[in-house]
Design a protein around this ligand. Structure first.
Ligand SMILES: Cc1cc2nc3c(=O)[nH]c(=O)nc-3n(C[C@H](O)[C@H](O)[C@H](O)COP(=O)(O)OP(=O)(O)OC[C@H]3O[C@@H](n4cnc5c(N)ncnc54)[C@H](O)[C@@H]3O)c2cc1C
Length: 399
């Protein structure tokens, strides 16, 4: 197959869509990126500053191994494309281990994952005097600028204010293609990549995928003096200043999703910050946190909190006959999953899209193109969308 003659459509110009475009560019595939909004990174990827560091567990799990590999992949792309010269950022993240449980978990994680010092080491965070994991190459970074830079590198044809309305498989000159109907035009393509974030519900092919919209509020505060040189995570996070502002984030609410800011949440986050980092904040001028500017946006989180990365199952074609179901129940047969062979999904990045998107995109593109598997089966399985199907069938959620 000569992939150079192939065309891909990518839906969504957030960090996920931009990352997919970069992986396609590396393979010389002609790419069209569409987004219903007027520019890139207007939704979850639109916060002024976010933090990049890996998620770790006490013992190795598929989730922690993926996250660590994704963080290392992020650093390799950062290096390869000289992003440090292009994206506003500050190096260095402290993760406070200020309870018995966090200390137990994170101090062991370094040993169990054999993490080298340049990735993470035990340390003491000076403002809290608390034990901490320090990630020297962890980053506070502007997600908007990161997304824009990745798009400059990937250089796809971009259509903003162009919404994907529907898509279907179609035969063109006896070749299987995907027909995308957008608000502007119809596009035939060889591959379709779906990264619509929380707006996935508008796609009828995705309404079975167990994803949830989760509200998050952050505060953008003017640079405080004295300031913290590194990002500090203490449940919430305070970033160092970038372009005169620091970010205090982020709330998490999966039940009430209003767009309006909640002043009481701002106040609570501020209070927690003062309690956790007194050595830093006691030197600041008294402030009214209700007056700081806020931003509300929405994560998309999967049922098991891992990202959803892989070929999209075609659930309308799953055999649900009584005979087949009985064979499944008795263990006589394994569930056979039909797929849209050329359609991939990257979603459910939750609270870690900045760290995980570049690696997820690389895994996705390589699997859709049928390249050799990059990952151990345990990790690959923990990411693929089909991981939910057997569970859903057992709970009668597919019949
Ligand atoms: C408050 C908050 C704080 C966070 N902090 C961090 C952090 O510090 N570190 C970290 O790693 N992660 C953080 N995250 C998570 C991270 O921001 C997200 O995981 C990531 O931005 C998700 O990117 P995305 O591209 O999947 O989604 P989005 O950025 O939402 O992009 C989806 C895009 O799809 C477009 N779209 C949707 N439907 C259609 C359609 N039908 N046709 C065309 N276009 C469409 C939308 O317009 C949008 O541009 C945070 C998230 C929140 C909400």
């Amino acid at each position: 197959m000569n992939v150079k003659e192939k065309t891909a459509v990518v839906v969504g110009a957030g960090i996920a869509g931009a990352s997919i475009c970069l992986s396609l560019k590396e393979r010389n595939i002609k790419t069209i990126l569409i987004d219903s909004d007027s520019g890139p990174a207007k939704h979850a990827s639109g916060n002024p500053i976010g933090v990049v560091y890996p998620f770790l567990t006490k013992h190795k799990t598929a989730e922690s191994e993926f996250s660590l590999a994704a963080f290392q992949y992020f650093l390799s792309i950062w290096e390869k494309f000289h992003l440090k010269d292009l994206v506003p950022h500050v190096d260095g993240i402290y993760y406070l281990m200020d309870t018995k449980e966090t200390y137990d978990r994170y101090s062991h994680s370094i040993i169990s994952h054999q993490i080298p010092n340049h990735i993470a080491k035990e340390s003491v965070e000076p403002f809290s005097n608390s034990p901490a994991l320090f990630f020297p190459e962890g980053k506070s970074v502007s997600p908007v600028d990161l997304t824009k830079q990745i798009l400059i590198l990937a250089n796809p044809r971009i259509e903003y204010s162009c919404k994907l309305l529907t898509w279907e498989e179609s035969k063109q000159n006896s070749k299987l293609q995907i027909l995308c109907k957008t608000s502007n035009e119809e596009i035939h393509c060889d591959y379709l990549f779906l990264s619509q974030g929380y707006q996935f519900t508008e796609d009828v092919h995705l309404n079975w995928v167990p994803l949830k919209k989760v509200r998050g509020q952050i505060l953008q505060i003017p640079e405080q003096k004295p300031t913290n040189k590194y990002g500090i995570l203490f449940g919430d996070y305070i970033t160092p200043p970038i372009a005169g502002y620091q970010v205090l984030g982020a709330t998490f609410d999966e039940f009430k999703l209003e767009q309006e800011s909640r002043p009481e949440e701002s106040e609570l986050m501020w209070k927690t910050l003062l309690q956790k980092l007194p050595e830093l904040t006691s030197k600041w001028e008294p402030q009214n946190p209700r007056l700081f500017s806020t931003r509300v946006s929405y994560r998309t989180q999967s049922q098991d909190r891992s990202p959803i990365v892989g070929k999209l199952p075609n659930i309308s074609k799953i055999d649900l006959s009584i005979k087949y179901q009985n064979a499944l129940r008795s263990g006589e047969k394994e569930m056979k999953i039909p797929y849209y062979e050329s359609v991939g999904i990257l979603n459910g990045l939750g609270s870690r899209g900045l760290t995980h998107s570049l690696y997820s995109a690389e895994i996705l593109v390589s699997s859709i193109l049928g390249e050799p598997n990059l990952l151990p089966e345990k990790i690959s399985k923990s990411l693929r969308p089909d991981r939910f199907l057997l569970r859903m069938w057992k709970r009668d959620q597919l019949t």
